[in-house]
Structure formats: C-alpha cells, structure tokens
Design a binder for this molecule. Structure first.
Ligand code: HEM
Length: 421
C-alpha cells in the first residue's frame, strides 16, 4: 500500500503537452482518492476519478482556505494555488459576495453586447493573420501572436474596462504570477497587479463605463465592507482568470485539431453541427497545468473508502477525472441518441461551481465564445461564418465548471480517445 513516504510526487512526467501523465491511469485504477506528494514535497490526497472529483468540487466541506494556514501543506511556490488562499472564517461569505458583485457584470444584456463585439474581434484577428500570411516569405504565420493571445486579451479588456494599450504590461504580470516556481517575484507581481487595478478603479469612480470594474466600484457604494483592497484583488483575479486560461485553450485546441486531422476535416465540413462538442472536448482534454484544483478539508471527509482528515490538502485532478473511462462509458450507455445534447450535465456543472445556486458563472460563457470562434477551422479563408447560431449553442452548453470536470462524451466525440490529447 502507498504511504506518504512512497507516494508519487507531482507533477508527474507527461510525454508532451497534449497528453497527461500515464501515471494518472495507474492511480485511477488504484483508487478514487490516493496519497501523493505535492510539487513542494508535502502530503496531499489526489482525487483521480470523475464521480468523486465532481462531488468534492461542490462539497462545502472543502475550501480554498485553511483553518491554520501556517500548518497547511504547500502545493508549490506559485502565487496562485500554491497553498491556501482567503480567510478561513469568512471564505463562504466572501465567495457569496464575489458572486453577488459579479452577477450584473455578466448579465445577459452585457453578454449580448460582448458577443457581437467578440465576433468583430475574431474577424479582425483572422484578417490580420491572413494578411500576415500573404506577405510571409515562408508561408508561416504565428497563430499565438495573431489570434490566441490578442483575442482573449482584447475580450477581457473590453469586459473589465481595461485599456487595451496596457495589454503587454498586464500580460507580463499575469505570466509572472502564474509561474509554478514564481517565488517572491510572483508575489511582487501580484501586489503590482493589484496596484494597477486599484488605479483603474480610481479612474472608473470619476468616469464609470459599461464594464466590470465600474460595476465593482458601484458595488462598493452598496456594500461598504467591500474595501479598495478587496476590489483590487477581485479585479486582478478576473483579469488573470479570464485571459491566461483562454489563451492556453485556443493554442491547445488548435494543436489538437492539427494532430487529429479527421476531426479537423469533420469540423470544417460541419462547423455549426460540431463546434459545440469540439469546444467541449478541447476544454475537457486540455490540461496545461497538469495538476488540478487545490482544496483543503475543513472537516473530516469520507470519500471513496478514505477519510481525509480536517486540514489535509486535496487535489481534485481534472486531468485525470476528465479521462475516467468509467464515467465516459456510463454516459455513452445512458445517452438515448448519439446527437442528444448533454444539457443536464451542464446544468449540474453550473450548480457545482456555485455550490447549488445559479450564479455569475454563466458569466464566462460569453467570453468563451471566443474559443469556438477561434478554434473553428476557417471555411472561407479566415472569415468566420455568422456566429449567432453557434453562440446560442455555446451559451447553452458551455460553462467554466464544465471545462474542469466535464467529461461529456457523445458518439461524435468518441473519436478523441480519453488520454489521447
Ligand atoms: C477557457 C477559459 C477558462 C478556463 C479553462 C477557466 C478555468 C477555471 C477554473 C478551473 C476555475 C475553478 C477554480 C477553482 O475552483 O479553484 C475557474 C473559476 C473562475 N473563473 Fe474561469 N476559466 C476560463 C475563463 C474564464 C473567464 C473568461 C472568466 C471571466 C472573465 C473567468 C472567471 C472565473 C471566475 C470568476 C471563477 C471563480 C468562480 C467561483 O469561485 O465561483 N474564467 N475558471
């Protein structure tokens, strides 16, 4: 039996950025919850299987904070998810407040406005890429430079009300913050990031706009306990959460399609029919970080025959859970028709993220429109087909919860074998 001393240390070796570590499959067979060591060398519980990861993700007995942070297992030296975050005493209330503050910011009206704008941004990026291709001596253009990076950054700037001219500055900060071995520099960058958003908030106080930071500023009037420091932290968190993630998924999604030409061709032949499931698969299979979500047990939690003691670190492994064949096979068995859409699962995912309530998480659906549009192979040399129908579908089927532990399989998706990407 594996003990803390013999437990494997994360991150596990992976063959390349498209594949997850083969050890995940071994550990999944060993059990739904297995002991591991974090990249920092501390003990933690790794949740390997879909059902347990999904349940624990929505379980209020786990949190991001720790009852005694100085005793908590460290995950890594990263400034984000490197250890416990937030205040144990107020985590639930802080989280509820965050969602309440973000609801108007991600309203249907705002998402509609943003959706039209995103389509224009996609067209602009693709046009620039085609123009660069036309003058390129070797016929090569950089997708990351022309699409994967500028598109999500432009979208998040628009959503939050951040000047696009500052994109390189905040991208550099966000890059420094997200490094797993970021150490002190990552924390310095985090403080600088909060300072940058504090300045933006001050400007919005004088001249508010139709954007999230202006909403947060307005939220302060209704809730005086929401301090300037809280606002700066939340705005910086959104800027960070909303851009790095999406940039990665566009890059990885395109590589997945290029390495699976049969899917690329099928999608090119039927973009309206296949875009939603293709994006869902990209979100399910992409695992840029390779770790998963970090939580701490706020009380003893019994799961999969294991008791996780209060205070222990828990890593909900989305890379592993998303490739759990038990779940994938079950879904294939129960789905009455191969084309049936997985709406109930999506609803469950939203509920999970919001701990049982519908909430601002629909939020990111609007921003996620950037992903399918970008990942869609171009039927007319770069020009996307009208995105409206596509966007409607994504609104129904995508959600930030889904991209974590989704694992939705339809017959159409089955050609992307679990573990292959
Ligand atoms: C493909 C792109 C994205 C991916 C892969 C992604 C991934 C994630 C993950 C894994 C979490 C859960 C973290 C945890 O529970 O510890 C999360 C939460 C969150 N994300 Fe995203 N995200 C994406 C895009 C966005 C965008 C564009 C925004 C907003 C502008 C956003 C805002 C948020 C917020 C506010 C939360 C916290 C929700 C809560 O705790 O209730 N995300 N995202």
């Amino acid at each position: 039996m594996t003990t803390t001393e013999t437990a494997p240390r994360m991150p596990f070796d992976r063959p390349d950025v498209l594949q997850v570590a083969p050890l995940y499959e071994v550990l999944r067979r060993e059990g739904p919850v297995v002991p591991v060591r974090t990249p920092a060398g501390d003990p933690a519980w790794l949740v390997t299987r879909y059902d347990e990861a999904r349940d624990l993700w929505g379980d209020p007995r786990l949190g991001r904070s720790h009852p005694a942070p100085e005793d908590a297992a460290k995950i890594s030296d990263a400034a984000v998810m490197g250890g416990p975050s937030g205040r144990y005493e107020t985590e639930e209330a802080d989280h509820t407040r965050m969602r309440r503050l973000l609801v108007p910011a991600f309203s249907a009206k705002r998402m509609r406005l943003l959706g039209d704008h995103v389509q224009k941004l996609v067209d602009g990026c693709i046009d620039a890429m085609v123009a660069a291709h036309d003058v390129s001596a070797d016929g090569v253009v950089d997708l990351h430079e022309h699409l994967s990076f500028p598109l999500p950054v432009a979208v998040i700037c628009e959503l939050l009300g951040v000047p696009y001219a500052d994109r390189d500055y905040f991208s550099d900060l966000s890059d420094r913050i997200s490094r797993m071995s970021g150490g002190d520099d990552a924390r310095v960058a985090q403080v600088e990031f909060a300072g940058y958003t504090a300045k933006l908030a001050a400007a919005k106080r004088i001249e508010p706009g139709e954007d999230v930071i202006s909403d947060l500023v307005a939220g302060q009037i209704a809730d005086p306990t929401f301090t300037d420091a809280d606002l700066a932290t939340l705005a910086a968190g959104l800027l960070f959460a909303g851009h790095e993630t999406t940039v990665n998924r566009i890059d990885l999604g395109v590589i997945m399609l290029l390495t699976h030409p049969e899917h690329r061709d099928a999608l090119a032949a039927d973009p309206d029919g296949l875009a939603a499931t293709t994006v869902e698969e990209i979100l399910r299979l992409s695992a840029p970080g390779g770790l998963g979500l970090v939580r701490y047990a706020h009380e003893d939690v019994e799961v999969g025959g294991v008791t996780i003691p209060r205070g222990d670190a828990v890593i909900l492994s989305s890379p592993s859970a998303n490739r759990d064949n038990r779940h994938l096979h079950r879904r294939r068995r129960v789905r009455p028709h191969p084309a049936a859409q997985p709406a109930p699962v999506v609803r469950a995912r939203h509920a999970l993220l919001h701990r049982g309530e519908p909430g601002p998480h629909r939020a990111a659906d609007g921003v996620h429109h950037a992903v399918p549009a970008a990942a869609r192979p171009d039927p007319g040399r770069g020009r996307g087909r009208p995105g409206h129908a596509l966007r409607q579908r994504h609104r129904r089927h995508l959600g930030p919860a889904g991209h974590l532990v989704s694992g939705v399989a339809t017959k159409r998706q089955n050609g992307w074998p679990a573990g292959s990407a």
